[in-house]
Each structure stands twice: as C-alpha cells, then as structure tokens.
Design a protein around this ligand. Structure first.
Ligand SMILES: [Zn+2]
Ligand SMILES: [Zn+2]
Length: 640
C-alpha cells in the first residue's frame, strides 16, 4: 500500500522533471538555430506536462520565430487559460491576431492587456496599430499619443503616430510627427516617402575663421600618429581632385623623401592643391607655384600651435565633397595617385592632439566627466593598439583613418572644452591586461547586454571581453528562455545604458518596419527572387543574432556576418544584431512588412558608451571603475 502511494506521488513529479529537462533541451536547440526541432521538443515537454505554462509560451515563441502566427496563436490561447492575468500573454495573443489580419479581435486583446497593466507599452502600440488596421484612425491617434508620452525616446512611437495622422488626413501633424520620428531614429526615413517634405537646398559653405587652438604641453616622448583623411566606412582615404587651405602661422612646403624645401607659406595665405591631366600642382595666392608633384609633399608648420584650415574639398570629377571644412593640428601631407589624376591627404600629429579631435565625435561633450575620461583612455589605447596593424592603411601612407572604421576624427574645429579636459586629465593613462595593451573595443549602446568577443567570429577572444548584463555589479549574462528573451527585447529593462536623459533617441530600444522590397534590393546579389521568409537562426549568449535565413522564391541564403546581417535587412542598416523579426503577411501569403524589434547600437563588445555615462552619472563611478567594469581584470597604468 505504501509503495503504491509513493509511486502515485512520484509519477507526476517525474513527469514534471522530464518536461523541464525536455524544455531545457528545446531552449538549447532554439538558440543554436534549430527552430523546427525545438518545436518538436517543446511539444514533447507538453506531452509530459500539459500544464507547463513555460513550455507552452516557448512553443508559441518558436512558432513566432518561424513566422507561423496561426500555430502561435493556438498556443497563446491555451496559455491564457493557464495564466489569465498575465498582460504579456494577453498582448502577444493580440499581436498574433493582428498579424493574421484579425484587427477587431486583436484590439480587444490589447484592451484586456491594458486593463491588467495600464502602461503596457506593447499593448498600447498594438492597440494603436489594430485601430489603424480596422480603419479607426482617429482612435488610433489618441492611443498613439499616449504611447509617445509613455516613451518619448522611442522612434517607433512618433513614426506610428505620424502614420495614424496620415490615415486621418491630418498631413501637417503627420509631417511634424514624422520629423520627430526621424530625429529619434534616422533609419526610419526609408519607410515613408508620402509624408516626407522635400529636402532643403544645401546651404552655401560658410566663411570660416581659425579657432583659437590651445597648444597642449605634451611630453617629447608622445608618439606621432598618421591619419588618413576623409575616409569612407571601409577605411579608405578619399581620392580628391582639389582643396584649398590656409595656415594660421608660417609653414614650409617640403618633399617628404627628399626633405627639399619647395616654398615658404605665410599666415592667412590661400593655397590650392589641384589635380588634373598635368598631374598634381600647388598654387598660392602670393604667386608661388609647384607643378608635376610626383611624391608626398608635406605642409609643415613652424609652430605647434598653428593649424591648417582646409576648405572647398572636391572630388576628382569636380563635385564638392559633402563634408564640412576641417581644421588640423600638426602637418598635412598630400600623395598624388594615378599619375596625378587625384590625390589623398594625411594628417600627422601627436597622439593626444589626435584624441582632442576624436573625443567630441565619439561621445557627446555634455556627458559626465568620468564617462568622458573613460572614453579618452580607451580611444588612446585603441589608437596605440591598432596603429601598426592595419596593413591596408599602412600601404596608403597612414596608420589610422578618420572614419568609424577606426575612430571618428574631425580635427581641431570639433574640439570641445570638456572633452579636451578629459584628454588632459588622463594624459599618459593606458589600459593593460597582463603586459599587453587591452584591445579597447567600444560602441554606442549595448541595449542591456554586453556580448563576449568569443561569441563572434573574427574578434579574437580575450579574457577581459566577456559577456555580462550592463548592470552595476553584474558579471554574467542571464540564461533566458526564448520567450524571456523575446519579452526582454520588447520591453525597457533597467540598464546602465537605459537613461533617456543621456540618450534622447531610439537607441536602447528601436523598431523598424522594413518592406521585403527594401531587403530584395539590398540582397539582390543572392538572386533570391521574391522574399518569402526572414528567420533569425542561431543566437549568441547575449541574444544577438549570428545567422539569418532569408528564403526567396528562387533561392535561399544564410547571412552570417555581423555587417552582412546589419546592412542586408533594409535600405538603412540595422543598429545592431540584437533583434527579433516578426512578419506581417499580405492576402497573397507573401510578407508585406517585417517588424524588427531591436536593442542597442553597435557590436556590443567591450565598453558600452551610454553605459559608461550612466555609471558615471547614476552610480557615481570613477573612470577607473568604469573601465574595470567593461574590461574586467585590466589595470590602468600611468600617474593619476
Ligand atoms: Zn580605419
Ligand atoms: Zn549598455
């Protein structure tokens, strides 16, 4: 009798344990990208324990990831039976209904979710979308206004409000909201041509004067850096046709190799560098002329406190290069290319002079001082760690380029008092791990989770570049189920980098609505035909997508590299690979829109800039503590 009792008690326990272990297996399959297999194993878990809410929700989630809303809805309905007071479950059943075109029913689910949780962001967004879908655009306007109040730094709010106004024929309001949306997130611009006003005519170049440059007192041991100018995203310095410059002090024109002095320049004198059929030539307003320049020519100032002001920069075909004028400390060198048909320009200056022009471009000068100091140290580190290793740059006469390929550098005109102070106050400070310089990777916003360098191919794992939550005191990543990850991505969790006062724009969380046409255009080299499905497969421990399956009517392909994924899924690139894709299908069964819910901006490895600022502002951390948080086990050298 006693034995039987134990057996009776043990049976359901045993089943629950079985279900749990099956569920864990299914999670693992999901994150490795085996979505269909994960569905099978979640089903087995539910056979073992039909009351498991978590298995039910994760099964729904796996169906959603496979863009099967019909099946997901079935599971979510059952989940509502198990957890009728859970607003997330209610709202997500609404979203499945929405995507199946059942707008009225979805609206009522969102209303129920809002009863359970009145500020539920996704329910509010859903209610606005569902009302637009069912033609109640006036109600949609009211709902979406509430959404904008709730989360003003989310670009999607203003974007949907502008759509609702447009549907309601309130074009003036639509344009206003659209402008707000674009301010919050420029990537929304590909999505709406109708309400976009004609772009303003480009402004005439302003007349510029020299900024007063403070000569930095730098130690003589300070290394010099050579920076390739006007580089593109891939790091190649621009081929130019012409530029004009003047110096705030006297300078010499010297042959780089021969050291021969060709001319002397005076303060305020206008000089022109010109390429053409006869090669590269140099002319001054004072009448000096050098023609047939065949090798590097250096403009070398007499004093370290003078600068070169460069204006009217043109491409070889004569068009004006759409960059503002620049001012540079140090020397400028021009290098003729293609027998003088064009030339490139390189700026050589001391490391910390370079940092003065980097910092304001890489971090807002208004951010907390300790955050700026952390940025100064890692920008210095990055420059020193990279400067000898980029072969494509070295071949073209420079060590680093001025674009985000290396670090954005905009010269002396960009310098700001607060960033200059941060560079001075951290002079000589460097970050080491053991006896090696730290590879001080950084990016704008992690979206709440820093990712490990080991998780991404080509980043050369380092012990100090490991994954963690961007939360004070955290040293690891949570082990989320797919459903938890999904809700986390759609919510606004606490994080060092989630501070709307620091980031007024849609960077921590963002939403893109991308048409299949935009993707087809971007992925045309794969000859996929009409796109049928876009399915993220494997994910790293931080939740970032490592592979995306894109299936077309003719072929399918799997995007595997970070840049391929970010640049391929829309005309404008995605801010990060930390995202979730949902598919809205048209009556013909083909996708009409892909909604991409994302978090963060950048690769997520190393220091999160917004998080560094948040740690300084909200947790009162010093720059040393900030650096030790993002590069664990590193040490800072140099005198404080
Ligand atoms: Zn570069
Ligand atoms: Zn962060």
């Amino acid at each position: 009798m006693r034995i039987l009792l134990i057996l009776l008690l043990a049976a359901p326990l045993h089943a629950a344990a079985d279900a749990l272990s099956l569920e864990q297996d299914a999670h693992a399959l999901f994150f490795r990208g085996h979505l269909t297999k994960s569905v099978q194993v979640y089903k087995k878990a539910l056979e073992a324990d039909p009351q498991s809410l978590s298995a039910r929700l994760n099964l729904a989630c796996a169906y959603r990831a496979l863009s099967n809303d019909e099946a997901a809805l079935g599971e979510l309905e059952k989940a509502i039976g198990l957890a009728p007071a859970d607003p997330d479950v209610m709202a997500e059943s609404g979203w499945s209904l929405y995507r199946l075109g059942r707008f009225e029913e979805s609206a009522s689910r969102f209303e129920q979710a809002l009863k359970l949780s009145p500020k539920h962001f996704n329910a509010l967004l859903g209610l606005g979308a569902a009302r637009m879908g069912s033609g109640q655009s006036r109600d949609a306007v009211g709902t979406l206004k509430r959404l904008c109040e709730l989360r003003p730094n989310f670009g999607g709010s203003a974007y949907f409000l502008s759509k609702a106004y447009e549907k309601n024929s309130q074009m003036k309001e639509a344009r206003e909201q659209y402008a707000v949306a674009l301010r919050r997130d420029w990537t929304l611009k590909e999505q709406e041509a109708v309400i976009q006003e004609a772009p303003a005519a480009p402004a005439k170049l302003p007349e510029l004067a020299f900024t007063a440059v403070q000569a930095l007192a730098l130690p003589s041991s300070e290394p010099a850096l050579r920076v390739g100018l006007w580089a593109g995203l891939e790091g190649r310095s621009a081929a130019l046709g012409r530029l004009e410059f003047e110096s705030s002090g006297p300078f010499q024109v010297v042959g780089e190799r021969t050291k021969k002095i060709f001319a002397e320049g005076n303060a305020g004198e206008r000089w022109t560098v010109l390429s053409g059929k006869k090669g590269v030539s140099l002319r001054s307003a004072g009448g000096a002329e050098i023609t047939g320049i065949a090798a590097g020519l250096v403009f070398k100032p007499a004093s370290s406190s003078s600068t070169f002001l460069v204006q009217d920069i043109r491409l070889p075909d004569g068009t004006v290069k759409p960059v503002s004028s620049r001012e540079f400390r140090g020397t400028l060198t021009i290098y003729p290319q293609r027998r003088g048909a064009r030339f490139t320009a390189v700026n050589e200056l001391l490391l910390d002079e370079y940092l003065l022009g980097v910092l304001p471009s890489e971090m807002p000068a208004s951010w907390p001082t300790e955050g700026l100091k952390a940025q100064a140290v890692i920008a210095r580190n990055y420059a020193l760690a990279k400067k000898g290793s980029l072969r494509a740059h070295l071949r073209n006469h420079y060590q680093l380029c001025d674009s985000q390929h290396c670090q954005v550098y905009q010269g002396a005109r960009a310098e700001k008092e607060r960033t200059t102070l941060a560079v001075r106050e951290t002079a000589g400070r460097l970050l080491y791990h053991g006896d090696r310089l730290v590879q001080s990777y950084y990016y704008s916003t992690c979206g709440g989770r820093v990712q490990s360098a080991d998780d991404v191919k080509g980043w050369g794992g380092a012990p100090y570049l490991h994954g963690k939550e961007d939360l004070e005191g955290s040293s690891s990543l949570p082990k989320d189920s797919p459903w938890e990850l999904f809700l986390w991505l759609k919510s606004v969790p606490a994080s060092n980098c989630n501070d709307p006062a620091l980031i007024p724009n849609s960077e921590f969380r963002w939403l893109r609505v991308v048409t299949p046409r935009a993707m087809e255009k971007k992925l045309r080299k794969f000859r996929l035909g009409r796109i049928k499905e876009v399915i993220p497969l494997s994910r790293s421990a931080s939740g970032r997508v490592n592979e995306v399956l894109v299936r077309g009517t003719k072929r399918e392909t799997v995007l595997k590299k970070e840049h391929q994924i970010r640049f391929g899924l829309g005309e404008e690139s995605l801010r990060s690979t930390l995202f979730w894709v949902e598919t809205v299908r048209g009556a013909d069964g083909f996708p009409k829109e892909f909604w991409i819910y994302g978090g963060g901006w950048g690769h997520g490895i190393g220091l999160c800039q917004a998080g560094a600022a948040g740690l300084a502002k909200n947790s009162k951390k010093t720059f040393e503590e900030i650096l030790q948080f993002y590069y664990e086990g590193s040490r800072i050298t140099g005198q404080p």
